[in-house]
Design a protein around this ligand. Structure first.
Ligand code: SAM
Length: 233
């Protein structure tokens, strides 16, 4: 059986590459995305009443990894990449049908110049991700406080993040264009985006990530992520 699915829109996000995107929504709460609706869905009626919900489910397609296929077993980063679990026991991006789901915070609806858009916060989606569906988060049904989260029972431990004087100066200038940039960098780097196998073996390595059109470089020094430079690409 084959089912054809038509995306309803695409999301614009600050995350231009997979590296350093938080592993789940809500870990970088300030990360904002804007869903731009495709022509057939470019009608404010589709969103009427949505503002009464503080949170929404986004269903989307892992478009960047979809062509890599899947296998029955995957190595979750949570387990240090050493143990294998069944793909359906994980939130891996490499899965049949390449479907992702994220709870995000509702932001605002806009309809300007005949273009419908919806902003949401706390996203873990790559820029350009096709959005398949949007549904309200319904606390009485979707929140199960006594649920067991297995290997992911708790949110990941956070690393402290500091900025060198040079990075602070660059941030100050760039915040005129991206007002919440400092907070976003802190939230993203506090998740320690390094691959698990680097955490003990690459002490002096300088890492780089892209947010918006900016290249951000940092190093781990005494268990802190120290931002070295923030440069337009
Ligand atoms: N919350 C979703 C879920 O559970 O289905 C996504 C979880 S998945 C582990 C999150 C990771 O997916 C991010 O850290 C990023 O590396 C990756 N990702 C986000 N958008 C993607 C896309 N469009 N294509 C491929 N990978 C993507």
């Amino acid at each position: 059986m084959t089912i054809n699915i038509q995306p309803i829109g695409k999301i614009r996000t600050p995350y231009k590459e997979k590296f350093a995107i938080p592993r789940q929504p809500g870990l970088a709460k300030s990360a904002e995305g804007e869903i731009i609706f495709f022509e057939e869905f470019n009608d404010p009626n589709y969103l009427r009443g949505i503002e009464q919900f503080s949170h929404l489910w986004l269903l989307f397609h892992f478009h960047q990894t979809a062509d890599k296929g899947h296998s029955p077993l995957v190595r979750p980063p949570r387990l240090g990449g050493n143990q294998k679990l069944g793909v359906f026991a994980t939130r891996s991006t490499f899965r049949p049908n390449g479907m992702g789901m994220s709870v995000v915070e509702f932001g605002a609806v806009s309809y300007q110049n005949n273009q419908l858009s919806l902003t949401v916060k706390g996203i873990d989606l790559l820029d350009g991700t096709p959005i398949l569906d949007i549904k309200p988060y319904v606390p009485y049904a979707d929140s199960i406080p006594q649920a067991s989260g297995g290997m992911a029972q708790h949110s990941p431990e956070l690393l402290a993040v500091t900025f060198t004087e040079q990075a602070n100066g660059q941030l100050h200038m760039l915040e005129q264009r991206y007002p919440a940039l400092g907070l976003l960098i802190r939230e993203v780097l506090s998740q320690d985006p390094r691959p698990a196998y680097h955490q003990h073996s690459h002490p002096d390595k300088t890492y780089g990530m892209t947010l918006y059109d900016l290249n951000i470089q940092w190093q781990v020094i005494n268990q802190q992520n120290v931002v070295l430079t923030i440069h337009p690409k």
